[in-house]
Design a protein around this ligand. Structure first.
Ligand SMILES: [Zn+2]
Length: 504
């Protein structure tokens, strides 16, 4: 075997023919970094240490029909491109520890006391949060099974793109169940939602199970059923990181930040855990799609944000004004420092929001996006697979949209430049310009001299061959006194000063 940085190459004696298998064993060691590793680490708290462990074993690179072997090394900003796998994992930990993971616990009767085991079973059936190990029991030997020495926790996970786990003697352990009809890998369609946290998290984390229940139930209903039997939220040093069936979430201070991180990390269940994107190259298909679905969960959870995401989508206009623009299609390790949040999260989320709220409408967008998830669940889509499915199912040529939002650094400025009444013809003509290189459909509100108001609309196709379009119609004897572009404030228009025309 040859090792190049974090990649290793093993040449087999015989090639593996299609349909054949090859079995091999690897012995390896993994030193847990004490802190600072974004995606895993250790947190020293009053009652012990919280271990959050991920990216801890060698994995086979993805072989696909686009690139062949995907051997791009890990460089920090770009995440991972991984295979689906079946995992049988045995974790041996001190007897005082609670261990949770991407998998379903297989030997609860061995590693839990009879009382904890009874609570464990009751929690799954309960919609209300049940404490499997309460704050008072942490550190109390009666809360772990009698005997000496460490215990081995057995877990099983199917169809997961990696396997993460957490362990601590400091864990308080809460749980409840939630019905997820159609959940692919959960035969009884009831997902076991859990939260483990040290006493430093008490307060905000008392709600963690219910926050997770909301997030996964809402997304299951809106997009596609949560696929795994477990959904576990762990509080430790990692600020926020997603893994199949388990997420790490550092937030302790406020309910708002805890919900935000919980919802975002569980949102990754759909992208990239279920629809297995190549995050190493296309962060926007993972972070961006997730940030998009977070708009709707958040507005459902917090009444104060019940604007359907208008605020967050509109605020992207400010980022589009800043310098150092790059196309969203840039690979994440090649995005300017400090711009990943904009290009991999905010901008793609705003783009999908525009596509749903402005361009296609809910019915058309949702059918297409559902089909994208359905076609590519447990597979590896490329950007073109997404573009193609959206166009195919929505029944629309969206090439102009992908070009403006995804492949370029284009910005939008629609302007209303004049209104003429042609008395002879009895028509009114409104001159509208597209002053930058992004195109979007136009909606404008017209106010007449009799006080009546109407909203008119131009399809994006008006910009196919010109940057100046004249909209004409018969105003039925009324005179136009005001024209306002984008009256609902939906578009990231770079210059709002030219969005209104008022009669002298
Ligand atoms: Zn994320």
């Amino acid at each position: 075997m040859q090792v190049y940085d974090t990649m290793g190459r093993i040449d087999l004696e015989q090639p593996i023919a299609p349909g054949e298998t090859f079995t091999f064993e690897i012995a390896w060691r993994f030193n847990i970094p004490p802190f600072g590793a974004d995606r895993l680490g250790m947190d020293d708290v009053e009652d012990g240490t919280v271990f959050e462990i991920a990216q801890w074993f060698p994995a086979v690179a993805v072989y696909d029909d686009v690139h062949g072997w995907n051997t791009d090394g890990y460089l920090g900003q770009g995440e991972f491109y991984t295979n689906f796998g079946e995992y049988e994992v045995r974790i041996t930990a001190p007897r005082s520890h609670i261990v949770v993971s991407s998998g379903l616990l297989q030997n609860a009767d061995e590693v839990l006391t009879p009382e904890a085991h009874e609570r464990y079973a009751r929690a799954l059936a309960s919609d209300e949060t049940v404490a499997i190990r309460s704050a008072e029991e942490v550190g109390d030997a009666s809360s772990w099974p009698e005997g000496e020495g460490p215990m081995t926790w057995n877990f099983s996970a199917r169809q997961v793109r990696t396997f993460a786990w957490a362990s601590s003697e400091a864990f308080i352990w809460d749980a409840a169940g939630v019905d997820i009809p159609g959940s692919a890998l959960t035969p009884d369609e009831r997902v076991f939602v859990q939260a483990t946290y040290p006493k430093e998290g008490i307060g905000t984390w008392a709600d963690a199970v219910q926050m997770a229940r909301h997030s996964i139930a809402f997304n299951s209903q809106m997009w596609s059923p949560y696929p795994y039997p477990v959904a576990i939220n762990v509080n430790g040093t990692v600020g926020g990181m997603e893994y199949p069936g388990i997420v790490f979430c550092g937030a302790r201070r406020s309910a708002r930040s805890l919900y935000g991180v919980t919802d975002h990390e569980f949102g990754h269940t759909w992208f990239p855990m279920l629809v297995n994107t190549d995050e190493r190259r296309h962060a926007w298909m993972d972070e961006g799609f997730n940030t998009f679905i977070n708009i709707y969960t958040r507005s459902d959870y917090w009444e104060s944000e019940a604007d359907g995401g208008r605020g967050s989508a509109r605020s992207i206009a400010n980022r589009m004004r800043s310098d150092k623009q790059q196309p969203m299609m840039s690979f994440p390790d090649q995005i300017w420092r400090g711009r990943l949040g904009y290009l991999a999260y905010g901008k793609p989320a705003a783009a999908l929001w525009q596509l749903r709220e402005v361009v296609l409408g809910h019915e058309r967008f949702d059918r297409a996006f559902h089909t994208y998830i359905e076609r590519w669940a447990f597979k590896h889509p490329q950007p073109s697979d997404f573009f193609r499915t959206m166009e195919d199912v929505a029944g629309a040529d969206l090439s102009w949209f992908w070009r403006g939002w995804f492949y370029s650094t284009a910005t939008l400025d629609q302007a209303v430049v004049g209104v003429e009444h042609n008395e002879e013809k009895g028509w009114v003509f409104v001159d509208i310009e597209n002053r930058r290189d992004m195109v979007m459909p136009v909606s404008f509100e017209v106010e007449y001299d009799d006080g009546s108001v109407e909203v008119r609309w131009l399809p994006v196709e008006v910009w196919a061959t010109t940057n100046a379009w004249t909209a004409g119609w018969n105003p039925k004897g009324r005179r136009v006194v005001r024209v306002t572009l984008d009256p609902e404030g939906m578009l990231p228009d770079m210059d709002e000063a030219n969005n209104e025309w008022v009669a002298e």
